[in-house]
Design a protein around this ligand. Structure first.
Ligand code: ZN
Ligand code: ZN
Length: 422
């Protein structure tokens, strides 16, 4: 159907766009406070970037990407997330040349072919940050604080922060083996996806939704028991910094994240009132990604949050500010002769910085006054034949229902005076 948008996409209509602008405004002031600078990367990249940067064997790469061959025969993919693109831009533009820690944020559309449901669309919007170039656990804590501060600054309470460490290339193979030993005789009881994951990425069995309630799951070995000294030390320091900042958290050994490039810190923030879709932000450290994409080994940490879900939460809790619709002036022109001077007056109001509008349809006085009310105008300027002959207009205070005759050349001055906009 030509007049229907594709499934999983959404029009953001004028009555909703204010909510988006409100949230994006919060993001910009938040990121300014924490010293993160905005980056805007292309909506599409070479498919290879996501194969390398997200990893084959993940649901995103195997099942959810919008991939096509362009007219030049290249394989192109609409970005399913922004981290790989941000890292690509960081390398391509040598952002690492200036300072050791580069802090970036992004807001934009991402694309995944997924089953659409509340708060999850095929074209969806994410806000995220990336801190590139520093291994200090204080940066992990800072990234988590930005995520918490973002959600709190919107008025969301009862947020729960879960924390884990997913180890590093030194200690994760040990854990993989321990985990495979644990699941080997339970393979028959796992879902088909997990039978697949058993060899490729056994950690991901832990965050499988289908198998989450299997009776043996709580007994699965914890990665935190297998961490090497470096990872353990890092994990403890992240927790210490969070305590320092007064942020409470729970340790969740089953929080492993879907993507393979994560190392050490992994975290997730949940907002319980959203029910099944309660995860509102997630992130962690990905020290392996930049090298994977072709750069020098570079530590990095970041998070992303789905804005549809955040807006859903704000709507549910009635935390969105009321739309500001009120205008200053509505010009009412009666009869043909009044049209041109009314148009001139309208333009003069706008040039003077006033919010002004008029009805172009030449409707009745009553219909136009109704529109002035709908526009929540403070004043109406009414021009009939009489007024035009005298080069003046009736200036009507809509609240007080008082009106006075004011000459055209004094009108702007008078309006500014009444509106307190001198
Ligand atoms: Zn380790
Ligand atoms: Zn499973």
């Amino acid at each position: 159907m030509l007049t229907n948008a594709p499934r999983g996409t959404n029009d953001i209509l004028p009555d909703k766009v204010g909510a988006w602008n409100y949230v994006e405004g919060k993001i910009r002031s938040l990121c300014a406070r924490y010293g993160y600078e905005e980056i805007r990367t292309p909506m599409f990249e070479h498919t290879e970037l996501f194969h390398r940067g997200i990893g084959e064997g993940t649901d995103v790469v195997d099942k959810e990407m919008y991939t096509f061959t362009d007219r030049g025969g290249r394989s192109i993919t609409l970005r399913p997330e922004n981290t790989a693109s941000a890292v690509r831009a960081y390398l391509q533009n040598k952002l690492y040349g200036d300072v050791s820690l580069v802090k970036l944020f992004y807001i934009g559309s991402m694309f995944r072919y997924d089953r659409p449901q509340a708060g999850r669309m095929r074209e969806f919007h994410q806000f995220g940050i990336e801190a590139l170039g520093e291994e200090n656990p204080a940066v992990d804590a800072e990234v988590i604080l930005v995520a918490m501060d973002f959600l709190r600054s919107l008025g969301l309470k009862d947020l729960s922060l879960s924390l884990n460490s997913v180890g590093c290339p030194k200690c994760r193979p040990v854990y993989r083996k321990v985990l495979q030993d644990f699941f080997r005789d339970k393979l028959d009881e796992l879902c088909d996806d997990c039978k697949d994951r058993f060899e490729r990425s056994p950690l991901r069995i832990l965050d499988c939704k289908a198998d989450a309630d299997k009776p043996f799951m709580p007994d699965a070995p914890k990665i935190t028991d297998c961490l090497c000294d470096e990872c353990r030390d890092h994990f403890e320091k992240v927790q210490a910094y969070l305590r320092e900042a007064g942020v409470s958290f729970t340790l969740d050994p089953r929080l492993v994240r879907g993507l393979d490039y994560y190392t050490k810190t992994a975290f997730e923030i949940k907002y319980a009132p959203l029910g099944a879709q309660s995860a509102v932000a997630g992130g962690g450290r990905y020290d392996g990604l930049i090298e994977e994409i072709g750069g020098k080994p570079t530590p990095a940490v970041g998070f992303a949050t789905g804005l549809e879900r955040v807006l859903l939460a704000l709507e549910k809790q009635d935390l969105l500010p009321k739309a500001e619709k009120a205008s200053d002036v509505f010009v009412v022109a009666l009869g043909e002769a009044a049209q041109a001077p009314a148009f001139r007056l309208l333009e003069a109001c706008r040039r003077a910085g006033l919010k002004a509008n008029m009805d172009y349809a030449g409707r009745s006085m009553k219909a136009q006054m109704k529109q002035a009310n709908k526009a929540q105008a403070r004043f109406a300027l009414i021009l009939g034949e009489e007024e035009v002959k005298e080069s003046c207009a009736q200036l009507k205070d809509m609240a007080k229902s008082e009106q006075q005759k004011v000459p055209f050349d004094k009108m702007i001055e008078k309006l500014k005076e009444l509106l307190g906009k001198q």
